[in-house]
Design a protein around this ligand. Structure first.
Ligand code: AMP
Length: 115
């Protein structure tokens, strides 16, 4: 989608600190990390938020993104210490980029509940 920064990262029009990629998803480091390891997992195609993918293809995409996040966590050595995967949806959650993304956070003790 034009003017979507995460679409531009997916298409490599904008450079990101990429750590892994599949045909359907990209994992890259957040530029404002909230933990020692803070990765964003995005679909390469534009989807605004987690509520939007529909039908079988949508469910497959969401499953792929979660599985890819877990694979990325393993590759980055987070399995032993543990990690959190979270997605912000809409204003109350503080979603600031309207392209679906899962945050993968690890490398320190994470508080609960989140703020
Ligand atoms: P959210 O507030 O849940 O929508 O998360 C958006 C995240 O995207 C924030 O943690 C930002 O720091 C991060 N972010 C925004 N632009 C970029 C970028 N160009 N490269 C990497 N991370 C970004």
């Amino acid at each position: 989608m034009a003017d979507c920064i995460f679409c531009k990262i997916a298409s490599r029009e904008i450079q990101a600190n990429e750590v892994a990629r599949t045909d359907d998803a990209v994992a890259f480091r957040d530029t404002d990390p909230k933990a020692p390891t803070h990765i964003l997992i995005i679909p390469t195609r534009h989807v605004a938020a987690v509520r939007d993918p529909s039908g079988e293809a949508g469910e497959q995409l969401l499953g792929h993104l979660l599985a890819f996040a877990a694979t990325t966590a393993t590759a980055l050595g987070l399995d032993e210490g543990g990690y959190r995967i979270v997605t912000n949806t809409g204003n109350d959650a503080g979603q600031s980029v309207p392209h679906l993304h899962f945050h993968l956070l690890g490398g320190r003790r994470l508080g609960w509940p989140p703020g």
